[in-house]
Design a protein around this ligand. Structure first.
Ligand SMILES: [Zn+2]
Length: 351
């Protein structure tokens, strides 16, 4: 089945097979344009507002505000290039096909998928990916864009540690006097003030989720609020653990983790301090006190400088901070836990 759409200029774009879908829309290939895909959003609550939102993004994509964001190859953002509409009135947009340069970010967080897609990836690559993600978020925030629904599903990554962001149509941003809001929330990727609340996201809520994603990258996919409460209460959800501050980094006695989970002390002290600021009582209760994206980028860069990383003498895919006296990934391997070598026996359930 083909879908015929028209851009604002009147040009026809024919859409082909479905390559992805989410709660908000469906992504299709575009006939005769292998570098592009199109997203259509048929079930949006306020179609007129959505169309104006996309038109605004298309316009801003040609303005100085987005020059830095959209520079570089491969482009980091699947920015809306043209507004599309079907004859039935469904709105959507054309964007770059991120699959040409990137893998779904999720694959980096699942040990089995990571070994298949990025067999050479090490903890140094994870650090580079985290730096790239922090830079991307810092650059978006500097131009007044809040991601709002930051989560692995919207992110892309490659073997060099570069990252990208899609679903640009859900960003929260201003256009003159008008602000286009983001009301989407994703379980496990919502700052405490947004859980079961109508509070709008801001840069601070993105910064909380950035800390969650950095933790997952550096800890073989482990979510920082994963774990069964030790106080005997039942486990409900990651969000419930977030609300109650059940995080191993800030309270070693708060949760029981699977045996396969990497140890907290494989993190260098500088990064443990940043996680503590983000996830501790202050970071959960006072959003403005969380480290911002630029602070994360600086802290992560400091740990990937020459001389800060050691390579295991038994397995060259084992890279770790020089603050550790011996290789934590060899320990993990012996325990049958998540690690970085081809012999990894880690369980995907560590998330
Ligand atoms: Zn080792």
């Amino acid at each position: 089945m083909v879908i015929r759409t028209r851009s604002t200029s009147g040009r026809e774009w024919v859409l082909g097979e479905v390559v992805g879908s989410g709660s908000e829309g469906v992504v299709y290939t575009v006939e005769h344009r292998p570098g592009l895909v199109a997203k259509l959003v048929p079930l949006v609550a306020e179609p007129d507002v959505y169309r104006r939102r996309v038109e605004s993004l298309v316009r801003q994509g040609r303005e100085p505000r987005t020059v830095k964001l959209l520079s570089g190859t491969p482009s980091r953002l699947a920015w809306p290039l043209e507004t599309l509409a079907t004859s039935g009135g469904v709105t959507g947009y054309l964007m770059r096909d991120m699959r040409q340069a990137f893998l779904p970010f999720e694959r980096l967080l699942l040990p089995t998928a990571r070994r298949e897609s990025l067999p050479e990836m090490t903890w140094a690559t994870a650090l580079r990916t985290a730096i790239s993600l922090a830079d991307l978020l810092a650059d978006l925030h500097a131009e007044g864009y809040v991601v709002g629904d930051l989560k692995p599903d919207n992110l892309w990554a490659d073997a060099e540690g570069r990252t990208g962001l899609a679903d640009i149509d859900s960003l929260q941003f201003a256009d003159g006097q008008r602000t286009f809001l983001c009301r989407l929330r994703s379980p496990g990727y919502t700052a405490p003030e947004g859980i079961d609340s109508d509070a709008l996201p801001d840069c601070s809520s993105d910064n909380f989720v950035l800390a969650v994603l950095v933790h997952q990258l550096l800890m073989g996919g482990l979510h920082p609020f994963h774990g069964r409460p030790v106080d005997g209460r039942p486990y409900f959800s990651l969000d419930d653990n977030v609300r109650n501050g059940r995080c191993r980094i800030t309270d070693r006695e708060a949760v029981v983790l699977p045996r396969a989970a990497p140890p907290a002390d494989l993190l260098p002290r500088g990064l443990t301090d940043l996680f503590t600021l983000a996830f501790g009582r202050a970071g959960r209760g006072d959003p403005a006190s969380r480290p911002d994206a630029a602070t994360w980028a600086r802290g992560l860069r400091a740990e990937s400088r020459p001389g800060r990383l050691a390579v295991c003498d038994r397995e060259n895919l084992h890279v770790y901070t020089v603050e550790r006296p011996w290789c934590p990934w060899c320990d993990q391997q012996e325990r049958g836990g998540t690690t970085w070598a081809a012999t990894d026996t880690g369980l995907d359930t560590a998330r």
